[in-house]
Design a protein around this ligand. Structure first.
Ligand SMILES: Cc1ncc(COP(=O)(O)O)c(C=O)c1O
Length: 392
């Protein structure tokens, strides 16, 4: 068994300009938030997505927390969300004293099942927080219509959705608020980072203040005030100029990075077509009208045992694959702070079957072929002897 995988799960992409831009930020003697690179990144995100404002923050986690603040969530409020998501979706709600209500996902896209949402809406429901899993849009238009019909907030967790869209609209711009992530594992990165997309001009000031410790410090930065003061609840969510300089290098190449990842995604997809036709595994489903960003390539094994065996057998061949979210609804915190609507059977099943394969911009055709071949060898072996992950 190799300890260092020959083919790692992720390799953060670098354009080569990151150092120069960070040097430029140092020379400009502005390293905290909202310097010139932050300004460029913000404008780029706004014009690219069409959001009224794209506030640079230290993480998508932070963006979701600001969203919960701006929406005024509090004790007694309920927020509908998938259980098959990252902890940050639920934490943002729980930190405000509100309750996540977990609803099952669709078996095709693994996104919130919009057909179950109306039934979960009750007198305490204040918001719907869907996730665009793997950068593949959920049925956001339907969810938008449901939210509008019931007078609810729509807050999109588009952490994985940079450069992806539904129809002509960027993910994160359907709800009043949307969160993007630039974490190391995301398509466009600055190590740790994110953006809050604000899609209602009336909310921009509140979001900017929440991001800036509950103050109007940006008025001072913009020369609109000679001092700033505390106006409401907030925290320190802004992105540093050092991260923004790194991010700017990546945003400039966002098209190329996405195209590169899409080529890897397509190669995997073609490589596994035969195995899917033989019923040995299932490939991701991309609904019509959805433009995804190749954030991840996953497979669904026959069952949890087959998935776990696959991870170990791939590691034996030098391929690092991983499972993904552990459902929140039956986690210790999920049981304590949230509640489930329905039995979430699809969530439990899919979380057990899902396997993420190596994926990064710049991955070679030979590497993709090697991963496909390694998966095929495991399937061909079909030894029927599940290997527990904890053995290793
Ligand atoms: C769906 C989802 N939401 C939120 C996050 C949190 O992103 P960040 O690491 O930028 O806080 C992630 C990170 O993987 C995610 O997958």
């Amino acid at each position: 068994m190799s300890t260092e995988p020959l083919i790692p799960f992720n390799r953060p992409y670098a354009t080569g300009r990151e150092h120069a831009y960070i040097d430029e930020a140092i020379a400009a003697a502005h390293l905290s938030a909202d310097g010139r690179f932050s300004g460029r990144a913000r404008s780029w995100l706004e014009s690219r997505t069409g959001a009224d404002a794209a506030l640079l923050v230290h993480s998508a986690t932070g963006a979701l927390e600001i969203a919960a603040l701006v929406a005024g969530l509090g004790p007694g409020d309920e927020v509908i969300m998938p259980s098959y998501t990252f902890v940050s979706t639920a934490n943002a709600v729980v930190l405000r004293g509100a309750t996540p209500v977990f609803v099952d996902i669709r078996p095709d896209t693994l996104n919130l099942d919009e057909s179950l949402v109306e039934d979960a809406i009750g007198p305490r429901t204040r918001a719907i927080m869907p996730v665009h899993y793997a950068g593949v849009a959920c049925d956001i238009e339907r969810l938008d219509a449901i939210a509008k019909h019931h007078g609810l907030w729509l807050i999109e967790d588009a952490a994985q959705g940079v450069m992806a869209s539904a129809g002509e609209r960027a993910l994160g711009t359907f709800g009043q608020l949307g969160a993007l992530s630039f974490h190391e594992t995301k398509n466009v990165t600055c190590g740790e980072g994110g953006a809050l997309l604000v899609n209602d001009p009336a909310l921009v000031r509140a979001a900017e203040m929440a991001r800036d410790k509950g103050t109007n410090r940006l008025d001072l930065t913009r020369g609109l005030a000679d001092h700033y003061t505390w106006l409401g609840p907030g925290s320190s969510y802004a992105m540093s100029e050092i991260s923004a300089a790194f991010l700017w290098a990546q945003l400039e190449s966002a098209e190329e990075i996405t195209a590169d990842r899409l080529a890897v995604w397509e190669a995997y997809h073609e490589g596994f077509a035969g195995a899917e036709a033989r019923g040995r595994l299932r490939r991701p489903v991309i609904p019509a009208g959805v433009r995804h960003n190749a954030h991840m390539y996953y497979l669904l094994a026959e069952d949890r045992a087959a998935r776990d065996t696959m991870i170990v057998r791939l590691a034996d061949q030098g391929v690092h694959s991983v499972f993904h979210y552990v459902p929140l609804h039956d986690s210790p915190a999920g049981l304590h702070y949230g509640r489930s609507h329905g039995n979430l059977a699809v969530t439990t099943e899919m979380a057990g079957r899902l396997l993420r394969l190596p994926m990064w911009a710049g991955m070679s055709a030979e590497q993709v072929d090697a991963v496909v071949a390694a998966v095929m060898r495991v399937l061909a072996r079909g030894d029927g002897s599940p290997v527990a992950l904890r053995e290793r």
